[in-house]
Ligand binder design. Sequence first.
Ligand SMILES: Cc1cc2nc3c(=O)[nH]c(=O)nc-3n(C[C@H](O)[C@H](O)[C@H](O)COP(=O)(O)OP(=O)(O)OC[C@H]3O[C@@H](n4cnc5c(N)ncnc54)[C@H](O)[C@@H]3O)c2cc1C
Length: 274
Amino acid sequence: MIPAAFDYVRAGSADEVVAALGEHGDEAKVIAGGMSLLPLMKLRLATPTVLVDAGRLDDLSYVRDAGDHIAIGALTRHRDLETSQLLGEACGVLRGVAAEVGDNQVRHRGTLGGSVAHGDPASDLPAVLLALDATFVVQGPSGRRELAAAAFFEGFLETALAPDELLTEVRVPKTGPDAWAYQKFNRRAQDWAIVGALAVQVAGATRVALVNMGTTPLRASGVETALAEGAAPKAAAAHAAEETEPPADLNASSEYREHLARVLVQRAIEGAHV
Ligand SMILES: Cc1cc2nc3c(=O)[nH]c(=O)nc-3n(C[C@H](O)[C@H](O)[C@H](O)COP(=O)(O)OP(=O)(O)OC[C@H]3O[C@@H](n4cnc5c(N)ncnc54)[C@H](O)[C@@H]3O)c2cc1C
């Protein structure tokens, strides 16, 4: 449970993070809240030789009204999301689901950017951002680029981020305070979802996303199509496990996860007042 030796660089700006990542190459890793990276290092599943600490970049911690969308700094802690009045009014789903992440300690340390960059399909917030068609702003050595959430999550703990890039901002549409529901099935309140299901209305259509039903967060497109064609929640939810590859582990078999997905999606659709 002791990490391998590493050097530590505390960055004072996003530019410094990118420069340090460029200097140290694939051996370097950004650390934000450390809630996902440090456990991996303690198990020696991650052995970066240099940690570039972005955790004190306060200028990347914000929730702002940017006109047609809400802009959120990548270093914004889950706790700041769950207590943001602006988010509660303009994108209640993100505020509400942030309150479901881990426990208080995790939410006070963990960041939105870390949750996204880690690319864990069992995480709650990436599924929300996928459902919202969020945009990720990324800074690298040749400047900034924007990535759609649908193109970002590539595999288990794999994303479209290059090793020398820093996620700086997440942009979400204004969906209002309500018209969403998240069903998180777990054994203890602070645990990751065994399966999670989200339904949210965006611009008059219902989006449905799944947590821990494959190697990435997933959109339940069969459910969305059925709803758009007028299916009732139960009939639409029958499509929830289509095109998923749920894992099997000590918590649940793949078949049980498929069953859970159908049950939870129905509840989420009904909860979102579709
Ligand atoms: C006990 C416990 C329970 C938890 N329960 C849940 C849960 O129920 N639901 C849930 O969703 N999550 C859960 N988590 C994970 C938590 O949400 C983490 O905060 C989050 O996954 C990672 O955020 P972080 O800031 O700590 O990232 P870190 O651990 O610092 O980094 C994670 C990864 O992202 C990279 N990274 C971080 N920030 C950036 C950036 N801005 N740009 C580029 N790369 C970056 C790092 O290099 C690293 O690879 C739990 C964690 C713990 C320890």
